[in-house]
Design a protein around this ligand. Structure first.
Ligand SMILES: *[C@@H]1O[C@H](CO)[C@@H](O)[C@H](O)[C@H]1NC(C)=O
Ligand SMILES: *[C@@H]1O[C@H](CO)[C@@H](O)[C@H](O)[C@H]1NC(C)=O
Ligand SMILES: *[C@@H]1O[C@H](CO)[C@@H](O)[C@H](O)[C@H]1NC(C)=O
Length: 455
């Protein structure tokens, strides 16, 4: 009872989490026994007390410590999978980090969102704009009700609801070079450049490069549609991209050609700036605004900017945690189908030599795609007998007395194959356990007619 009163003293904001924790504590206590209905009743009482102000006041002071402990437990539970993923040390570094996101459009909003969910200590949002209706087609966070509100304030509130333990600073302002020192103060661990204006972008990148602040920059994302063309690499490896070209040109003027990480797409841009209509030009004339680049519209859809933003955040989290983003061995490409064609040809030869199977008969039954299915998906590239791998492994008919079929084939090393080749029956050589295991694996093979030589 006392416990419940104390819990009731905690701010209403974490009521749901308290409910979760108490119910999971109960589950732990009553492990093995079914959850009773009265548990639900107790929980709903708890929520009611939680929102009851008169009850709350008396216990606020006494509960401060418990509040702190509970908050910590809630935070740790919320971050549990992230901690498991990055490891205790890695997560500690993420948790200790201060990151600045400049520009909160289609790229910046998902980047900031990802960092908040991952539990960084502090995040500073910098953007001058208000949420507009026409930006809701790509903004990862803003809603209809936010139209007209400041982007940074909208996101700050949203992020607080996700994780109040992440400190969010909202700076509603244009980033400009002369404000660099002020806006980037506080020794950030990382700066995310999600600015869409090349002039100010270059000012930001130059400041970070000169002051050795880790920075990652997004090039043009808006007019792309092919996610397979996205890459993260040093600016010196980037090419193409009208927006990137301008950024590189301006940076070179400042003597910078390398040392800045960029997310960019090699896709040729498909969309063009849409010129203003007569009517729009008329309105601008009335308002005495000169029609410049800025007032033209660019068609933009949601996916690529979001991938840019989450890719940036992914790279930042990896860097903070000390995990390499690109692992050398992952660069290898899967063997081409020609490799399976080679294995198939060898198998055809074996079948011909040992069982006099006509090649046309085999080719009708299976092709390189089926061989890839066997070798890769069923045998995982390993010998079915020894689970070892060796160069030049070969397929053999498993039970000599049974006709050839996709589910009567095994993958063996050369040595194992030499023995297998001379067997009259599998029982004469393999242990019953091995035979049972191998039969079981082969029973999983789905036999279809030749899947052809192409995908
Ligand atoms: C995460 O949760 C699991 C299972 O609930 C628990 O065993 C583990 O200690 C937790 N890990 C951390 C780092 O909190
Ligand atoms: C990405 O950049 C690396 C250089 O850092 C390059 O080797 C690789 O081919 C690029 N990938 C794509 C899809 O452009
Ligand atoms: C970029 O921002 C600067 C202000 O720093 C402004 O003068 C310029 O017009 C902007 N350019 C574009 C293309 O929006």
């Amino acid at each position: 009872m006392e416990n419940k009163l104390l819990i009731a003293g905690i701010g209403a904001g974490i009521g749901a989490a308290v409910t979760y924790l108490t119910s999971s504590m109960k589950k732990r206590k009553s492990f093995g026994t079914p959850v009773k209905d009265e548990d639900h009743e107790e929980n709903s009482k708890l929520i009611k007390m939680d929102t009851d102000d008169t009850n709350t006041k008396h216990t606020v002071k006494e509960s401060l410590n418990l509040d702190q402990m509970l908050r910590e437990e809630i935070f740790n539970e919320q971050m549990n999978r992230t901690m498991l993923y990055y490891g205790e040390e890695g997560f500690k570094k993420i948790r200790g980090a201060f990151v600045i996101v400049v520009g909160l459009g289609g790229v910046g909003s998902p980047a900031a969102h990802t960092l908040v969910r991952s539990g960084v200590r502090k995040i500073r949002l910098i953007d001058p704009d208000l949420v507009t209706l026409s930006s809701l087609n790509r903004n990862a966070l803003a809603q209809r009700k936010d139209v007209g509100r400041s982007k940074v304030e909208t996101m700050k509130a949203y992020f607080h609801d996700i994780c109040p333990e992440v400190e969010v600073e909202a700076y509603q302002t244009f980033f400009t070079g002369d404000l660099s020192e002020k806006l980037l103060a506080g020794e950030p661990d990382y700066v995310l450049d999600c600015i869409d204006n090349t002039t100010t972008k270059v000012e930001l990148l130059t400041y970070c490069h000169t002051n050795k602040i880790r920075v990652i920059s997004a090039f043009g994302a808006g007019s792309s549609s092919d996610p397979t063309k996205i890459n993260i690499t040093d600016i010196s490896y980037t090419f193409g991209c009208n927006f990137g070209r301008e950024v590189r040109r301006l940076l070179k003027v400042n003597g910078i050609t390398t040392g800045i990480l960029c997310v960019y797409s090699t896709e040729a841009h498909r969309k063009k700036l849409i010129p203003l209509t007569e009517q729009e030009l008329e309105i601008l004339k009335e308002q005495e605004v000169k029609p410049t680049l800025r007032v033209r519209t660019l068609g933009v859809s949601m996916p690529i900017p979001v991938i840019f933003g989450t890719s940036m955040a992914c790279n930042v989290l990896n860097d903070l945690a000390g995990i390499p983003t690109v692992v050398a061995e992952e660069k290898r490409t899967p063997p081409p189908l020609t490799e399976y064609t080679r294995i198939f040809k060898l198998f055809i030869k074996k079948e011909m030599a040992i069982y006099h199977t006509p090649p046309t008969h085999l080719r009708k039954m299976m092709g390189a795609v089926d061989i890839r299915y066997l070798v890769d998906d069923i045998f995982a590239g390993k010998s079915i007998v020894s689970m070892s791998t060796s160069p030049n492994m070969i397929l053999y008919r498993w039970r000599p007395e049974n006709p050839i079929a996709l589910n009567n084939i095994v993958y063996l090393t050369q040595k194992e194959g030499e023995i297998h080749e001379s067997l009259k029956s599998v029982e004469s050589h393999y242990s019953p356990q091995d035979i049972e295991r191998i039969d079981k694996i082969l029973s999983q093979v789905v036999v279809t007619s030749n899947s052809g030589d192409r995908q």
